[in-house]
Design a protein around this ligand. Structure first.
Ligand SMILES: Cc1ncc(COP(=O)(O)O)c(C=O)c1O
Length: 488
């Protein structure tokens, strides 16, 4: 073993990597190495150093060498030594925690906007930490040792059984556990399905949709063909030679309506007649406010629909777990495309989620969030009706975002007016398929789930100001009026 490694600082429970090199003997080299580790922030303030004996044994130096080095650094102020609490890095010696960290996210994401009304994320402050921790703990305690080996690419059976029951009950999906393949979300599902050669293009998609998904498909060599949208959803009567169609039937993304029942039937008829396939993106199907939930399209014909869902909207984007419910003929191909072992979705997280679902915590969380988002939606609608009546609020029966329809030609200025008030949100134009010939609509996509509860009132107030008539993006002079109620 090279002497530069300290592998078992067992009494502090942490490994410590030190290079003993340079002139002046072992003691001087150790002092230099420790000083450098503190200066660079590798050993943060308060860190307890290994006892003399274990560090000496690991470095292959005399115990006195370590004792002398520690004493020297205490005298210089780098370390402190107190009876009973050992030798630690002094508070003032180390740079502030996190000092050396470099933000890795893109511009605008590091500090975040003052009011984040971008669609796509649930309220991160509402993550059910206690219930999740309880599920995770139970799952870990009960897990057999084989769990800690390589994972089955289909996913843990505990999770697939839990999902089969939940999806049948809550979403009307006809699912057997052996038709379910766990993945890390919708975006990941596209890889084995298209990148792995299970499905091929051309793929029909809705004329408005998530550009990120279109990019992933393009990168996999899949040509996407836009289907126009009308008040009943995607014009599935325009399907021709495509092999498959990607739809958001429960809640068209981003415009907001459900696919009309006649169109649901029609797209299944098309798939049966042409040997086609429907890829169902059920991204926020749990969140429906005014009517009974729209069941999954997959329930109409499980052999013609691949149903894909994830916990990204219902729980958190950070969990990175999703599922595909597959027609029988695709199961082997998808598993082969995933590889011999699970490489994407942590097996431990899968077990945690299985417990979370089976224990009822998932249902409780979804019900609680549904109530919260419904309240936010109602406040948004009421505030805009009062303060910006020229704006038509649409797509609000479900989901975590609304579409504010704007007079033609005003979208850009509205996004700009919002930005100047510290609001981040998207215009509809960013979701439009570049090849569609359907008429463009001006609008804003407002993600009302994203801000934490305490910040929502201020975000709404800022939005009302940005859109008020007479404001930068409005028409006539503003009436002074109270905006959104501050809320609970
Ligand atoms: C249209 C749409 N589909 C799917 C998803 C879920 O994506 P993922 O499961 O990859 O996190 C989202 C989430 O933002 C979405 O907006």
């Amino acid at each position: 073993m090279p002497e530069s490694w300290v592998n078992s600082a067992e009494r502090i429970g942490a490994d410590l990597h030190l290079e003993l090199s340079g002139p002046g003997g072992r003691r001087a080299a150790l002092i230099r190495a420790l000083r450098e580790a503190v200066r660079s922030g590798r050993l943060p303030a308060g860190t307890r150093l290994p006892p003399y004996r274990s560090l000496a044994a690991d470095l292959g130096v005399a115990r006195n060498t370590v004792a002398d080095a520690y004493a020297e650094l205490v005298a210089e102020g780098w370390l402190t030594a107190r009876q009973g609490s050992g030798t630690r890095v002094a508070e003032r010696a180390a740079p502030p925690r996190g000092h050396a960290r470099v933000p890795t996210r893109g511009p605008g994401r590091v500090r975040g906007p003052r009011h984040d009304l971008r669609q796509g994320a649930p309220d991160a402050s509402a993550f059910p930490r206690a219930a999740w921790a309880a599920s995770y703990r139970r799952a870990l305690q009960q897990a057999p040792s084989e769990v800690f080996g390589p994972g089955d690419p289909a996913g843990r059976i505990e999770l697939r059984e839990a999902l089969a029951e939940y999806l049948a009950r809550a979403r009307g999906v006809r699912a057997e556990p052996d038709r379910i393949v766990v993945c890390s979300g919708f975006a990941h599902a596209l890889r084995p399905l298209f990148g792995g050669g299970v499905l091929r293009g051309p793929l029909a998609v809705e004329a408005y949709g998530l550009g990120f998904h279109r990019e992933l498909l393009a990168a996999a060599g899949v040509r996407t063909v836009p289907l126009p949208l009308d008040e009943h959803g995607a014009r599935v009567d325009r399907l021709t030679r495509e092999r498959a169609v990607l739809l958001t039937p429960a809640h068209q993304f981003p415009t907001g309506g459900p696919l009309h029942p006649a169109r649901r039937a029609a797209v299944i008829d098309w798939a049966r007649a042409r040997g086609g396939l429907v890829l169902e993106d059920d991204y926020d199907g749990e969140f429906r406010y005014d009517r009974k939930p729209v069941g999954a399209l997959q329930g109409l014909d499980p052999e013609r629909v691949i149903h894909v869902g994830s916990v990204s909207k219902s729980l958190s984007l950070a969990v990175r777990l999703g599922w595909m419910v597959l027609p029988e003929r695709y199961v082997d191909g998808v598993l082969a495309a995933k590889g011999d072992r699970e490489a994407w979705a942590s097996v431990l997280d899968q077990l945690g989620l299985a417990d979370f679902v089976v224990s009822g915590s998932y249902d409780r969380h979804v019900r609680r969030m549904r109530q919260r988002y419904r309240d936010r939606r109602d406040r948004l609608v009421a505030a805009l009706a009062e303060r910006a009546p020229h704006v038509e609020v649409t797509g609000v029966a479900a989901g975590l975002h609304a579409v504010l329809r704007l007079p033609p030609g005003t979208e850009r200025s509205a996004v700009g007016a919002a930005a100047r008030r510290g609001i981040a949100l998207d215009g509809l134009a960013g979701f439009r398929h570049p090849d569609t010939d359907m008429p463009a609509h001006d609008g804003l996509v407002v993600g009302y789930a994203t801000p934490p509860e305490h910040a929502y009132g201020a975000a709404l107030e800022a939005l009302c100001e940005a859109l008020a008539p007479g404001g930068e993006s409005g028409g006539h002079p503003a009436e002074p009026a109270a905006c959104a109620s501050p809320g609970p």
